[in-house]
Design a protein around this ligand. Structure first.
Ligand SMILES: Nc1ncnc2c1ncn2[C@@H]1O[C@H](COP(=O)(O)OP(=O)(O)OP(=O)(O)O)[C@@H](O)[C@H]1O
Ligand SMILES: Cc1ncc(CO)c(N)n1
Length: 264
């Protein structure tokens, strides 16, 4: 069985972060492992508190994982501080990790800030150059490209600016667009590719970013190329949203197990 690792924060509400990642990896047919960067006390309406692990403890988790079950792909999510990002970059380099998907998580769906200003700089400098692909949403891409994004043309420009600036492929997610939910993949020396998605009328989108990046990592772990992996991930997230789970008082989680039968 192929294996995947998520390096991210725990969401006590179960819809985003480590919990979304593990559910997604399992549903996509790979063995899931996790290195936790922080605990969040969180539900569908708020992030009440955050407790980070120390860089040393994160390093110990990564050592245990890589010296035993080698991940075929790695996904990184919420990493709030520069010291933790440096630890991750160091360990991924030391173990020559492959198929790395970096989700530059900055703000939760419930609008809580999940990264410090200083850490954004470290993310750009240390982690982006190691990434097979980074997966910013529109607000994150605006920060990374220093420009406003309103139109499809703006998305194409921003993806090119980010990819050229940081030397990695970029999947600019269009979940925050008004009309559709199409994502753009920019790769060096290739034509940009649009992955067209129909906007599903579902207000429960907690954890969509975590889920998409984990589904991409799962497919890369299975040996698929980046374009095929994004296409499969898009199908998976559309299915999870279309299942119309409705839990919690805020923007609720998706049904990650929509394709799993309930009875055995
Ligand atoms: N209503 C929707 N219908 C269909 N697809 C959607 C919808 N909302 C988001 N998506 C898709 O979900 C994926 C994640 O995109 P999005 O822009 O929501 O990420 P995000 O903002 O990082 O998520 P998060 O809310 O976890 O921070 C993308 O493939 C996007 O196109
Ligand atoms: C732990 C965690 N990671 C990522 C997100 C972004 O959705 C979140 N809300 N919580």
């Amino acid at each position: 069985m192929k294996t995947a690792l998520t390096i991210a924060g725990s969401d006590s509400g179960g819809g985003a972060g480590i919990q979304a990642d593990i559910k997604t990896m399992m549903a996509n047919g790979v063995y899931a492992m996790s290195a936790i960067t922080a605990l969040t006390a969180q539900n569908t309406t708020k992030v009440a508190d955050i407790m980070e692990v120390t860089p040393q403890f994160l390093a110990e988790q990564l050592d245990c994982i890589f010296t035993d079950i080698r991940p075929d792909a790695v996904k990184t999510g919420m990493v709030a501080s520069a010291a933790l990002i440096r630890t991750i970059a160091g360990k991924l380099t030391e173990y020559q990790a492959e198929n790395i998907v970096v989700d530059p998580v900055m703000v939760s769906t419930s609008r809580a800030r999940l990264i410090s200003e200083e850490a954004i700089e470290t993310l750009k400098e240390k982690l982006f150059p190691l990434a097979t692909v980074i997966t910013p949403n529109i607000p994150e891409a605006e920060v990374l490209a220093d420009m406003e994004i309103e139109t499809v043309q703006d998305m194409e420009k921003a993806a090119e600016v980010i990819g050229t600036r940081y030397g990695c492929s970029v999947l600019l997610k269009g979940g925050h667009q008004k009309n559709d939910a199409s994502d753009l993949l920019w790769q060096k020396d290739k034509k940009p590719v649009w992955f067209h998605g129909v906007r599903i009328d579902n207000p429960n989108t907690h954890g969509t970013g975590c889920t998409l990046s984990s589904a991409i990592a799962s497919n890369l772990a299975k040996g698929r190329d980046l374009e095929t992996s994004v296409e499969a991930a898009k199908r998976y997230i559309s299915g999870a949203l279309a299942a119309m789970l409705d839990l919690g008082a805020g923007s609720g989680p998706m049904n990650h197990g929509f394709a799993i039968k309930e009875e055995w």
